[in-house]
Design a protein around this ligand. Structure first.
Ligand code: ADP
Ligand code: MG
Ligand code: ZN
Length: 620
């Protein structure tokens, strides 16, 4: 039942009910005004010969008067009538209980009234059946409808009763509130989406030349780069209905629900065209169908996916329904989804570059009270590889820190500290570290910094600290590239490993012992060395052969190794060789700079934190 029709239905039922109830409870408002009186009042009127007409049935005596009394003499209070319809007007008809009065006929004829006996009024059978059964049934139906409707709204335990209605929310401009101005950087993505917005506004322009727009566009990129934000901005810009649903919302608790939801979503979209349908996290339903036949839940997902494919083929692209979807695992999507006629246009939403990061910081800085002359470029520089979401978080952390410090505006130092919070966690001021350990940590960090500074292809040191962080780091050395780098040369990769091994090398040289503090360095060094050999073609032994492939370009370095067992063993040996070569180099550099290692480490133990500039001064 459509919702409009449904409403009318309820209104009609309600009105009929009220009329019926009123008819039987308050007959007075429909016919003559009836007043119940006591028998002595009747006899009194009879004596006064004031009665005009009398009707007698088995139960009541009903009579009318020749002249009405000015005021009501007595009124039998009825539970329903006395408040609602009470009035001072006297009644047309009077009614009293029938008494077994043998003289009644004589009294009546004496008074000169007309009188007759009538059959008591019988209710028609149908009406009485209706009253005793119909009304309760109708009331039950209405109540049940009301109840299920409440359940559909999620009032009672979620969607169990909503039977496959999609939860797609319709956004219109005012509600989404986001525009392209809220999205910093991402110019290519905005351009591609602007075309779609333009198509929805001026379809004729495209039709005139015979161009059809792609039915679907897929936003792909790492998490937090603004895919969802972009889609919301499109909704704000396009000024057409915007249906938004997340992939996981399709996966429901009942089998077949997902498919039903897809059907319902597209039905709604077709009715509202031109409009935009946005499916967030489409990988939840769009995974390759052949992957894993084990679990039963797979069938359900396949059905949902098949329904989506069918619907996408089924509707007319010219009608103006554009489907946007977003994912950070495009590699796992079913090929059928990506073929022409479906999501054939890919819109990459990459991690922001230096300029992009600065722009994102500025967009979010507008929301907080920021001090004059804050250098966003420096912050952007220090956050290479950060996503838009992380940058937004940095601004917010900085604002929180400013409040904690009792300031009313955000300053550069707040931003710098919050960068470190995002990178390494909060400072652990309460942590007690013994002097001996503090010494080891300081030499370890200065080892990194010194080796980094002594190598040509290495990023400048930005900060050294031995204040522990909540991430578990007991100290760290921050290096920041001067310019944004998109390539990494073999030398740079190797120098990175050298710098990473330098912490352990410094410990060994100074204290003739080694600690677990280098575990993270070791992990990273191994990763780089492995990638150089198996993915970057940077080993003499193997040359340009890829043994490992990235499973997902956007989600970390989760890889699959494909090679023979002998090759795997050889790769391991190569990795070991490369890392130990790097370690030797780090050791050599430190041996040649023992004095500096000592003096800077002493200084660090005292100060706990030194900046890049201070470090360079000490070095010279
Ligand atoms: P995704 O969907 O790609 O994982 P979101 O769109 O949910 O990422 O982004 C999360 C948040 O990060 C946004 O709400 C916004 O505050 C911020 N953000 C991400 N990218 C940008 C950007 N390019 N400009 C401004 N803010 C951004
Ligand atoms: Mg998202
Ligand atoms: Zn280290």
């Amino acid at each position: 039942m459509g919702s409009k029709k449904g409403k009318i239905f309820y209104i009609v039922i309600g009105v009929v009910l009220i009329i019926l109830i009123n008819y039987f409870v308050f007959p007075s408002i429909f016919g003559d005004k009836v007043e119940e009186v006591s028998y002595d009042v009747f006899l009194d009127q009879l004596e006064k010969k004031n009665i005009e007409n009398v009707e007698v049935d088995g139960e009541y005596i009903t009579y009318t008067l020749k002249t009405k009394p000015q005021k009501q003499i007595q009124k039998a209070p009825s539970l329903f009538s006395f408040n609602l319809f009470a009035s001072d007007e006297s009644a047309d008809v009077y009614k009293t209980g029938y008494m077994d009065d043998p003289d009644l006929v004589k009294k009546l004829s004496d008074s000169g009234a007309k009188f007759s006996k009538v059959q008591p009024e019988e209710m028609p059978l149908i009406l009485s059946l209706f009253l005793s059964y119909g009304i309760p049934i109708i009331i039950m139906i209405v109540f049940w409808k009301f109840l299920t409707r409440q359940m559909g709204k999620g009032g009672f335990g979620g969607n169990a009763m909503s039977f496959g209605k999609s939860n797609a929310k319709v956004y219109v401009k005012a509600q989404s509130g986001k525009t392209f101005a809220d999205v910093a950087g991402q110019d290519e993505a905005k351009e591609a989406l602007t075309e779609i917005v333009d198509f929805l506004h001026n379809p004729k322009k495209y039709a005139a030349i015979g161009a059809t727009l792609p039915k679907g566009a897929l936003l792909v990129g790492p998490p937090g780069t603004g895919k969802t934000l972009l889609a919301q901005a499109v909704a704000g810009e396009a000024n057409v209905p915007f249906f938004s649903i997340s992939g996981s919302e399709f996966v429901e608790m009942f089998v077949g629900m997902g498919a039903a939801k897809v059907r319902d979503l597209f039905k709604q979209a077709n009715e509202k065209a031109p409009c935009i349908v946005f499916i967030d996290e489409i990988d939840t339903i769009g995974k390759k169908r052949d992957s894993g036949h084990i679990s039963g839940g797979n069938d359900e997902r396949e059905q949902t996916l098949n329904q989506l494919l069918t619907e996408m083929d089924g509707f007319d692209g010219k009608k103006g329904v554009v489907i946007l979807a977003a994912t950070n695992r495009p590699d796992s999507l079913d090929k059928a989804l990506l073929r022409p006629g479906r999501f054939d246009r890919r819109i990459p939403v990459e991690l922001p570059d230096l300029r992009g990061r600065e722009a994102i910081l500025q967009v979010h800085a507008k929301k907080v009270n920021i001090a004059n002359g804050v250098n966003f470029k420096a912050i952007a520089n220090a956050t290479s590889g950060a996503s838009g979401a992380e940058l937004a978080n940095i601004i917010n952390e900085a604002a929180l820190r400013a409040v904690r410090m009792g300031r009313i505006e955000v300053q550069q130092c707040d931003l710098e500290e919050s960068v470190e919070v995002i990178l390494a966690g909060y400072q652990r001021k309460g942590m007690v570290i013994s002097d001996k350990e503090k010494e080891i940590i300081a030499y370890h960090e200065v080892g990194h910094a010194l080796v980094a500074a002594m190598q040509k292809h290495s990023a400048p040191v930005h900060k050294i600290t031995i204040i522990p962080r909540t991430s578990g780091a007991l100290g760290y050395t921050m290096q920041v590239e001067e310019d944004e780098k998109f390539l990494m040369s073999k030398e740079e990769a190797f120098n990175k490993i050298v710098t990473l091994t330098a912490g352990r090398a410094a410990e060994k040289l100074m204290f003739s012992t080694i600690t677990s503090g280098a575990s993270n360095d070791i992990e990273q060094a191994t990763k780089i060395a492995r990638a150089m050999i198996t993915r970057y073609g940077m080993s003499e032994e193997f040359g340009m052969v890829a043994f490992e492939t990235l499973n997902n370009a956007y989600l970390g370095d989760d890889t699959t190794l494909v090679c023979s067992n002998e090759t795997a063993a050889k790769i391991d040996r190569e990795v070991i060789g490369l890392v130990s070569k790097a370690y030797t180099k780090a050791e050599d550099i430190l041996k040649n700079n023992m004095q500096k290692l000592n003096s800077i480490s002493r200084y660090l133990i005292e100060k706990e934190t030194i900046t890049g500039d201070e470090f360079m001064d000490l070095l010279q």
